[in-house]
Design a protein around this ligand. Structure first.
Ligand code: BGC
Ligand code: ZN
Length: 368
């Protein structure tokens, strides 16, 4: 079968490769689920992997099949698989069980292991291929009515985890009723965070650089969120004339903003940090003031990465609710579709240069 792989032999060339097609027997105990890949999304993590800044191939190999935002259809299952069968639409989670106590209870996204395995990212092949096989533990069913947004479930799971964590933490306040949320960044994660927060009845303010009109602003406003262009007025200045933020979700990929967000966050508020910044940027910050306000305001900050199946399932529920509320809103996040694995150069180009792109996907195989 065909797959898109990046080299880790000194170069980081991207190639279309021919590899053996997996089979249900590749998973022990009759637990194999063979999935035909329909569609795969790419994101900033893929960009870093292709630039050679992040990611590693499976042990003993020199190439990594990329792609971690999958959507596919089950083609065959092993004899021990229950509750999932041929014809079901599915997505796969990304991280695989390690050895910490969190991994043992299915919370592999909370692993304390130093070395962790993530399909398409770290030490395991991904989903930009015609087929993959996996254990049902890592496979989540998607109802046919959500097939058009199935490929958005992986990024949605990241958002769900961050917001569920925020609510879990805020149980410390007994009567917490968030009214105002700030979302930093209007890319896929920022817009999906705005969606999930709006579904909870919260007033949402999205902050991103570009002035209006632009597609990301229109999408934020279609949810009933306010869009603020930081090219015109900085985040700090704009926040001064808004109610205090009970929640801030940071998803810009620009680490200095985390410190602005700490400063701006309202009393008793929670700040969720989700940007994976693998660079080496430094910044000067008003440390005393940020620290003082954080202490006097009883504020909380939480870092969040990856997601286990619980958050994929939460994403399925919220996409169903979002579809009932805003119709095809989420499908409009998919701005570019590359037809076929063969056109991988176009995919890489859009990932690196696609200026007005929100979510770029590869249409690997036609949807039945
Ligand atoms: C993926 C996560 C992963 C993280 C760090 C993100 O792009 O969506 O699943 O844990 O990168 O590798
Ligand atoms: Zn990702």
């Amino acid at each position: 079968m065909k797959a898109i792989a990046v080299a880790r032999d000194g170069s980081h060339a991207v190639r279309l490769v021919e590899v053996p097609r997996p089979s249900v027997d590749d998973v022990l105990g009759g637990r194999g689920v063979l999935v035909r890949v329909l569609r795969v999304g790419v994101d900033g993590t893929d960009k870093e992997i292709l630039a050679g800044e992040y990611g590693a191939p499976p042990p003993g190999e020199t190439t990594l099949i990329i792609g971690h935002e999958s959507f596919g259809v089950v083609e065959a299952v092993g004899p021990a698989v229950r509750g999932i069968g041929p014809g079901d639409f599915v997505v796969a989670t990304v991280r695989r069980r390690g050895s910490s106590p969190y991994d043992a209870i299915g919370m592999y996204d909370m692993t304390t292991d130093d070395r962790y395995v993530e399909r398409g990212i770290n030490l395991a092949h991904g989903f930009l291929a015609e087929y993959y096989v996996d254990d049902p533990e890592y496979i989540v069913r998607v109802p046919p009515a959500l097939a058009d947004v199935g490929v958005l479930l992986e990024p949605t799971s990241i958002v769900e985890k961050g917001i569920v964590q925020a609510y879990e933490i805020q149980r410390r306040l007994k009567i917490w009723q968030p009214r105002t949320a700030f979302v930093l960044g209007a890319g896929t994660i920022g817009l999906l965070a705005a969606m999930v927060l709006r579904l909870r009845g919260i007033d949402v303010h999205v902050f991103a650089r570009a002035a209006k009109p632009n597609r990301n602003a229109e999408l934020a406003e279609a949810l009933g969120a306010a869009y603020h262009a930081t090219a015109e007025l900085s985040f700090r200045r704009a926040a001064q004339s808004l109610p205090p933020a009970d929640v801030i979700f940071e998803a810009t990929g620009f680490s200095p903003l985390a410190f602005d967000a700490m400063d701006v966050l309202g009393k008793n508020g929670v700040l969720v940090l989700s940007s994976v910044t693998s660079g080496s940027r430094t910044a000067e910050v008003p440390a005393d003031r940020i620290n003082l306000r954080f202490v006097l305001g009883n504020k909380v900050m939480v870092g969040t990465v990856n997601a286990n199946r619980e958050y994929f399932e939460a994403g399925v529920r919220d996409h169903a609710l979002a579809k009932a509320t805003w119709g095809d809103w989420a499908a409009r996040l998919i701005t570019h579709r590359v037809p076929g694995l063969e056109r991988y150069e176009e995919l890489v180009h859009l990932l690196n240069e696609g200026k007005d792109a929100i979510k770029v996907v590869c249409e690997v195989s036609p949807q039945p």
